[in-house]
Design a protein around this ligand. Structure first.
Ligand code: PBG
Ligand code: ZN
Length: 320
């Protein structure tokens, strides 16, 4: 008889043979910065998550800095939205202003800047729209301009999440031409059209006002296509690739980990909110579930986890 239980007999032995560890240095915490003053809006569908104006940002930057997690992912919410997403590539836009503030006051925090137009367009789509069609090639110069503007403000990593074809190559070229040869691109390569994003759209005020994102984000049935997306992004110059969402797509995470490129997985808003809701009802043990979920994402092969649980998890990992 095989006695598997031998290696489970006590915590010291279990620890000795444990295969996967989550470390706080693997975790990235998303933040939402809104234009205006004195704003600290709780996001109702994401308990514990707030939109902050820049003057209130310290409340979240302080714990991020102290937690020693890997860094933050920044999303800006502008006052002014229009068809051309002009606030997205305005050097004095909300995201650029917030990045300059963070860099000055917290130089030790790594800043990853999300690049997409949906928070900045009046229609809420991730690209330019003409006759209700989301244009691909016409969107690329705007994403490039936005990327350069964010890099200029001090972003350490540029993370395009729009899912237009060819955007990684276009952004790489624009960054290089503007002297940002050493600014890495973390590409949302396999980003699925997912129902798990709806709480985020409350937080980022970025829901599309007509249609949906299925003409640019991936069909949730397609695992092999995800690998072609990842290969294309690596060829175009992605330094880090991403699978999103994480938990419902761990098969894709596992296959993506075979490319020998650093791999991020985004544990998205809906995944977070389901855990929070069940925990608030006393139906699950939040700490245990969160650490189990994060361990599963690492076990599947992710190197980096973007998660709204990052600060709680860092604290819990410290306790372990
Ligand atoms: C914007 C963007 C989205 C997310 C990250 N960047 C939403 C979307 O595509 O509608 C989702 C993140 C989350 O749900 O936590 N393109
Ligand atoms: Zn978008």
């Amino acid at each position: 008889m095989k006695r598997f239980r031998r290696l489970r007999s006590n915590e010291q032995i279990r620890r000795l043979v444990r295969e996967t560890y989550v470390d706080k240095k693997d975790l990235i915490y998303p933040i939402f910065v809104i234009e205006g003053e004195n704003i600290r809006n709780p996001v109702p569908s994401m308990p514990g998550i707030y939109q902050y104006s820049v003057d209130q940002l310290d409340e979240i930057l302080q714990p991020i800095s102290e937690s020693k997690i890997a860094g933050l992912l920044i999303f800006g919410i502008p006052k002014h939205k229009d068809e051309l997403a002009t606030s997205a590539y305005d050097d004095n836009g909300i995201t650029q202003t917030a990045i300059r503030y963070i860099k000055t006051k917290y130089p030790d925090i790594l800043i990853i800047a999300d690049v997409c137009l949906c928070e900045y367009t009046s229609h809420g789509h991730c690209g330019l729209v003409k006759h209700d069609v989301i244009l691909n090639d016409e969107t690329l110069p705007l994403l490039s301009k936005m990327s350069v503007s964010l890099a200029k403000a001090g972003a350490d990593i540029i993370a395009p999440s729009d899912m237009m074809d060819g955007r990684v190559g276009a952004i790489r070229k624009a960054l290089d031409e503007n002297g940002f040869l050493n600014t890495p691109i973390m590409a949302y390569s396999a980003k699925f059209a997912s129902g798990y994003y709806s709480p985020f759209r409350d937080a980022a005020e970025s829901a599309p006002c007509f249609g949906d994102r299925r003409t640019y984000q991936m069909d949730c049935s397609n695992g092999k296509e995800a690998l072609r997306e990842i290969e294309a992004d690596i060829e175009e110059g992605a330094d880090i690739v991403m699978v999103k969402p994480a938990l419902a797509y761990l098969d894709v995470v596992q296959k993506a980990s075979e490319y020998h490129v650093p791999l991020a997985a985004y544990n998205v808003s809906g995944e977070y909110s389901m855990v929070k809701a069940a925990a608030q009802n006393g139906w699950i043990d939040e700490k245990r579930i969160v650490l189990e979920n994060l361990t599963a994402i690492k076990r599947a092969g992710a190197d980096i986890i973007i998660t709204y649980h990052a600060l709680d998890a860092a604290k819990w990992l410290e306790e372990e």
